[in-house]
Design a protein around this ligand. Structure first.
Ligand code: ADE
Length: 224
């Protein structure tokens, strides 16, 4: 998989992809993440990429020309399955959407800023608009990082224990059960006996029960 992220503040994303699982995923060639500075496509010596909104009103708008140049440059090099725009008025991100995106080959993610992008960018180039939640961030970078992280960890081989993504919360519409590690006694707080019984089938049944209980208590909407 290849993910191209277009941003006017690319430095925001640098460290995010340079550590832990995302770093290993790139080193292991499971994914290539390339961040593009939108200002490189400004076409002017001031490297400006935004302007006032027609009709007035507060806030600047990311202009269509630099974005069009950048997307077209990428699309001339390879085919993309989706050109995604991260925006609070997009489709609400959830695990099923992430699972589907993890099956794709090449993705472009466009990060908005200020008052957003010229509507014509969305009309002409964007194939999917995604929101990571009902709140407004100061830019799309954090949203792109969230989306890319959730997709990359699902790519086969990225997680050490391949089954661990299958037992995540939200897979099967259930929250994950509680987990415990050593010590088995912390200041009088123990762990459920069943987990040290060595009885695999009973442990599985307990975990499933706990998943249901937790989902009922915390997210009953998922069980509908
Ligand atoms: N950009 C600003 N807020 C956002 C959100 N909630 N989701 C995706 N992109 C955004």
């Amino acid at each position: 998989m290849r993910i191209d992220i277009i941003s006017c503040v690319p430095a925001l994303l640098d460290s995010f992809f340079a550590h832990s699982i995302l770093k290993r995923a790139q080193e292991g060639k499971y994914v290539e993440v390339v961040v593009h500075d939108l200002r490189d496509y400004s076409g002017n010596k001031h490297r400006s990429i935004d302007d006032y909104a027609f009709g007035g009103g507060a806030g600047m708008v990311l202009q269509i020309e630099p974005i069009a140049r950048c997307i077209r440059t990428l699309q001339a090099e390879r085919e993309y399955d989706e050109v995604i725009y991260l925006t609070p008025d997009g489709e609400l991100m959830e695990q099923k959407m992430v699972n589907q995106l993890s099956l794709k080959g090449n993705l472009i993610m466009l990060c908005g800023h200020y008052k957003g992008v010229d509507q014509r960018v969305r009309d002409i180039f964007i194939t999917k608009e995604i929101s990571i939640g009902d709140y407004v961030l100061s830019g799309g970078e954090i949203a792109a990082a969230v989306l890319a992280d959730s997709v990359i960890r699902l790519l086969p081989g990225v997680l050490n224990d391949e089954t661990s993504a299958l037992t995540d919360s939200f897979q099967d519409n259930l929250l994950a059960p509680p987990v415990y590690s050593r010590p088995s006694d912390f200041e009088g707080h123990g762990i459920p006996e069943i987990l040290v019984s060595g009885h695999e089938a009973k442990i599985e049944a307990w975990r499933y029960e706990q998943s249901i209980k937790r989902t009922k208590e915390r997210r009953p909407d998922l069980l509908k």
